[in-house]
Design a protein around this ligand. Structure first.
Ligand code: NAP
Length: 385
């Protein structure tokens, strides 16, 4: 009899954990459980809709879903439909891959005003997540503040800055795309609390901001004066920061007014309070918290649930593979429990394929990669076939 492992969370770190487990034990049985009827977690709901190259990683995950030992159990919420305790009793090990999807608050007066949006809520809306159907009213938004100096801030600023043509090949939710295209946006400020050398943007993502058709990337040259990375041996981190400073110097040479939208990078600017009127929309991109899970023997966390909200999708591959090794070592001298199937009826891989087919067909009609189903009843109806 083979061991059976439950992986809670069908995002990249969960799939990479499944991959690592199967590489170490081709007979192992794996149930990938997710509260949504669709797999892929942050790749579907968090990666920016215009970064289709990044989203293409799902092809690898689709292959895992087709593996005979892997079962997808969507529309099952741990804590609501089944308890952690039951999972621990029935499965030989439990892997927590639930990510971090709670927007961190700025913690300054005004951070709860209606025009202040956390990046998770905002990006989930762009991506057609069924729990985040209501977006901000952009009909009178001229000035936007994007708080944070990481790649999520870049994603948010870029999607707001891009023209409808530039988003045409994306899978942005059509209503969100139309709202952005119609918004009278004139200025987007990306605001970092520390200096330009401390920003955590990656080079390609920052450089892309200099190639937008309707927005000009701007930096006040004075804010780069004296900015330098500490001397010493070149490390990848140092090279990244040095290249970022070069890119920002290029932005400093751009001419304000040369394109309709001013996309300005402001540094050493820590928000003290948010008031109505300064900006019409504020999107905070300052990291995420996560829901709790039992930290006991036989339960292993991967990805953002384990490390916190940092690292790209490839980071999760190495991380999840390493944890999979720990799971396999844990299972080595344990007899398989062989328990009954504890899960309530769920959306399986076949149901997901039906959703996928419907979404890609709807996308093809518009020349887009997909148009997502964005409400629970439609998702469940299509999944049932
Ligand atoms: P991040 O890189 O950690 O950036 C978070 C930013 O929030 C930092 O600039 C941080 O400033 C700032 N911040 C935190 N608390 C703040 C506060 N109270 N006030 C003002 N600023 C505050 O994280 P992220 O942008 O959320 O991205 C998460 C991970 O996903 C990263 O590893 C990122 O590279 C990855 N990601 C990758 C891509 C891509 O590859 N295209 C796209 C999106 C995300 P300090 O540095 O001063 O703390």
């Amino acid at each position: 009899m083979a061991h059976r492992v439950a992986i809670v969370g069908a995002g990249p770190s969960g799939f990479y954990a499944a991959d690592g487990l199967l590489r170490g034990d081709p007979d192992i049985g794996i149930d990938i459980i997710d509260r949504l009827p669709t797999p892929f977690g942050l790749v579907r709901a968090g990666v920016a809709p215009d970064h289709q190259g990044t989203k293409a990683v799902t092809r690898q995950f689709d292959r895992l879903l087709a593996h005979p030992n892997v079962r997808f159990c969507g529309n099952v919420e741990v804590g609501r439909d089944i308890g952690w305790e039951t999972l621990r009793e029935v499965y030989d090990a439990v892997v927590v891959a639930t990510g971090r999807v709670i927007d961190r608050r700025l913690g300054v007066p005004g951070d709860d005003l209606p025009h202040v949006w956390g990046s998770w809520r905002f990006v989930a809306w762009l991506n057609g997540h069924p729990d985040f159907r209501a977006g901000p009213d952009l009909s009178a938004v001229k000035r936007v503040a994007v708080i944070g100096n990481g790649n999520v801030a870049i994603d948010v600023a870029r999607v707001l800055a891009k023209s409808a043509d530039e988003m045409a090949k994306s899978d942005i939710d059509p209503q969100a795309g139309a709202a952005i295209a119609a918004a009278p946006i004139e200025a987007i400020d990306v605001i970092g609390r520390r200096g330009p050398a401390d920003a955590s943007f990656t080079n390609n993502e920052l450089a892309e901001m200099g190639r937008l058709s309707r927005a000009v990337a701007l930096v006040d040259a004075a804010s780069l004066d004296g900015a330098a990375v500490p001397a010493g041996d070149p490390t990848p981190e140092k090279l990244r920061k040095t290249k970022n400073l070069d890119i920002l110097r290029g932005f400093a040479a751009n001419r304000a007014g040369s394109k309709p939208v001013a996309l300005r990078f402001l540094f050493n600017t820590a928000p003290q309070r948010i008031e109505k009127g300064t900006y019409d929309l504020v999107v905070t991109c300052i990291g995420y918290g996560g829901a709790d899970y039992p930290k006991v023997k036989g339960v292993f966390a991967v990805g953002w649930a384990r490390r916190g909200p940092s690292g790209t999708i490839p980071t999760n591959r190495a991380d999840s593979h390493a944890v999979a090794q720990q799971v396999l070592s844990w299972l080595e001298d344990r007899a398989p429990k062989g328990g009954i199937d504890p899960l309530p009826p769920s959306t399986d891989a076949e149901g997901w394929r039906r959703i996928d087919k419907a979404e890609t067909a709807a996308g093809a009609a518009l020349g887009r990669p997909r148009v997502k189903l964005t409400d629970w009843p439609s998702l469940l109806k299509v999944a049932e076939g």
